[in-house]
Design a protein around this ligand. Structure first.
Ligand code: ADP
Ligand code: MG
Length: 448
């Protein structure tokens, strides 16, 4: 806790609704509530609470609910005295602890400020002192302003001095807020202007970031849904294929070597085996496959790349790498440069922004870069979807399988690509401080 909010209301029902909730919530959480009443009498507020079935008298008896007047709390003859407020609030905070309450919240009706010599300066002094007190003593403070009774200049100052605004009944994070430290020169317009400009840009950036993360969420949800569907279909399909293979094998036995029947049976078997391979890939994308994670030396995999390209190995990460290398080569029909490298990286929280699956920690990074055709925005959008291909005889499974496998291993995959300028995929996989692998074996920067 420890926050400084303002409540700007326009009607009595609004005031009643928000105040009742604020006070009631504090009481129910076992906090002490200090209400500095001015425009309303304590009886009115207590009445609101009673009709909301709050046992006001019990709370008052046990001094968990306390009503004060501004004169008791912080004014002398309607002039605000920051020294008095400091001691009132600090005293209450101390008592709250001694009395064993869970915390302190306080709210004040600000109408007293209408009677005093109430210039903006007095108000700013007041609000600044309150901010400090709220923070230092962990008090939740709520200043109440009736919008129709205060001058607009005054209300503008209120907006600038509270990090949280309850506008009517809506709680808003206040981007018009200017931290007290920024207001040291009592409001130099230049300082206010600067802060407003900064806030303007900050808000724009926030909106953009929100839009981006919505877009990313939509994208990963789509992949998730497609993955589920593909995984489900593949599962059933594999059972069918297994049955077909089994029957074809039996059939093959029935026929003599060299007969047409035998050739036909073998044909069925070959096709069924191809179907099974396809289905296995789909299962990888759907993330339905059993995984046995083990520690890998990425460098040795990268080093064996050439061998690997010649045979289909069972290993998942090798499969990913192979898919990506094949893609890179296919993107460079007239030749170019393929770079595969690994390095160890520590991902900081700030670097995860914009990548839904990313998280901080130690990772091994595998980059596959080519100088080929690159990808259009459209292709980039869809490349991870199963069966998406821009190639005449493509299957559209390579990247979707890679995506599924990497996610299953607790990693993520990102891509930079521009039409005509090549493509770079980066894969992050959780690093293991391995017993079997020395640091030198995992040395960064191995290139191919
Ligand atoms: P396939 O290779 O069978 O088309 P993938 O899932 O491996 O299926 O790739 C999907 C699509 O992504 C490809 O058709 C291609 O348009 C694009 N793509 C993948 N990798 C690259 C790359 N390195 N350079 C350019 N385009 C690529
Ligand atoms: Mg491919």
């Amino acid at each position: 806790m420890g926050d400084h909010a303002t409540f700007l209301y326009q009607s009595e029902p609004e005031h009643r609704s928000v105040m009742t909730k604020f006070v009631r919530q504090g009481l129910e959480r076992g906090e002490k509530v200090v209400y500095v009443a001015d425009a309303h009498t304590p009886e009115t507020i207590a009445g609101y609470l009673r009709s909301d079935r709050v046992d006001v008298d019990a709370y008052l008896d046990r001094r968990q609910l306390v009503f004060l007047t501004p004169g008791e709390a912080y004014t002398r003859g309607d002039v605000f005295e920051s020294g008095r407020m400091l001691s009132t609030m600090a005293g209450e905070a101390e008592r709250t602890l001694a009395e064993g309450f869970a915390g302190l919240r306080s709210t004040g009706e600000m109408t007293w400020a209408l009677r005093g010599p109430a210039g903006s300066e007095q108000l700013i002094d007041y609000e600044r002192a309150l901010s400090e007190i709220a923070e230092k003593n962990h008090i939740l403070l709520l200043c109440q302003y009736d919008q129709d009774r205060f001058r607009p200049e005054f209300l503008l100052d209120v907006l600038h001095t509270h990090p949280i605004v309850i506008a009517g009944t809506e709680v808003c994070e206040n981007f018009y807020y200017i931290a007290p430290a920024e207001l040291t020169d009592h409001y130099l317009p230049a300082a206010r202007f600067r802060v407003c400009m900064e806030n303007l840009l900050a808000r724009k950036r926030m909106e953009e970031a929100l839009l981006r993360s919505m877009e990313q969420l939509r994208h990963s949800q789509k992949l998730e849904a497609v993955g589920k569907l593909a995984g489900g279909v593949a599962h059933d399909f594999r059972n069918l294929v297994t049955a077909i293979m089994h029957s074809a094998e039996l059939l093959e036995e029935e026929f003599q070597e060299g007969t047409q029947g035998r050739t036909d049976a073998q044909e069925i078997l070959t096709s069924a085996k191809r179907a099974e391979r396809l289905v296995t890939q789909l299962l990888a994308f759907g993330m339905r496959q059993e995984l046995k994670p083990r520690i890998l030396d990425l460098n040795s995999i990268v080093g064996n790349l050439e061998n690997m390209l010649k045979r289909v190995t069972g290993d998942k990460v090798e499969q990913v790498l192979m898919n990506m290398v094949v893609n890179a080569c296919e993107a460079m029909p007239d030749g170019g440069r393929l770079t595969v490298r690994t390095d160890n990286v520590t991902v900081e929280p700030g670097q995860c922004r914009g990548i839904p699956e990313a998280r901080p920690g130690r990772f091994v990074r595998l980059s596959i870069a080519d100088t080929g055709a690159g990808m259009s925005k459209d292709t980039l959008e869809q490349m991870f979807e199963p069966f998406f291909t821009t190639k005449q005889s493509g299957t559209g499974l390579g990247l979707s399988v890679a995506y599924g496998i990497i996610r299953q291993h607790g990693g993520w995959i990102t891509v930079d690509s521009e039409p005509g300028r090549g493509t770079r995929f980066q894969i992050h996989l959780p690093a293991v401080v391995a017993h079997s692998l020395s640091a030198s074996q995992m040395a960064p920067g191995s290139s191919l």
